[in-house]
Unconditional design. Structure first.
Length: 158
């Protein structure tokens, strides 16, 4: 039996800004929330903290689970946690496997983005972006939420 792949994702808000990773792959620009795979014997919450530090050189603390995103056609689960900013400036660190990706064809750049800009941004998955925009307005009172999708049904355009 295959174990599901688990991805831990951080939703890190500082004042009125959200930490995002700007990606550009061969001319296609999009944004993602920082996160990555959970290692063997690692708690999902600990993976969120580790991934944000690895991807953006930011220290944070987990507040609460906001979203669970599962795919019905593959064994893959994503857990999105609201996090509190502790310290740091978004930048790729020396330990980051993506530090060499900032060149003409590939960009991987952590940055703060004003939350008011999110509705017009291509942030994957768009389904989670929509929840985030909605839930931010009511201080995340209606969370946690769960969504089950087929990968072929994920929206690719705004």
């Amino acid at each position: 039996m295959n174990t599901p792949k688990i991805r831990a994702v951080g939703i890190l808000i500082k004042t009125d800004e959200l930490l995002l990773i700007r990606r550009n792959e061969d001319g296609k620009e999009f944004w993602v929330l920082p996160g990555g795979g959970v290692e063997k014997n690692e708690k999902v919450e600990d993976a969120v903290i580790r991934e944000i530090e690895e991807e953006a050189s930011i220290k944070c603390a987990v507040i609460k689970l906001l979203y669970t995103h599962q795919y019905s056609d593959i064994k893959h689960q994503q857990f999105y946690y609201l996090c509190r900013y502790v310290s740091g400036t978004p930048q790729l660190g020396n330990f980051n496997e993506f530090q060499t990706m900032k060149n003409g064809n590939h960009v991987y750049e952590p940055t703060w983005v004003k939350i008011e800009k999110l509705p017009k941004m291509l942030i994957y998955p768009l389904e989670i972006r929509d929840w985030l925009v909605e839930d931010y307005k009511n201080n995340f009172k209606e969370t946690p939420r769960t969504k089950i999708l087929r990968t072929v049904n994920l929206r690719q355009k705004i």
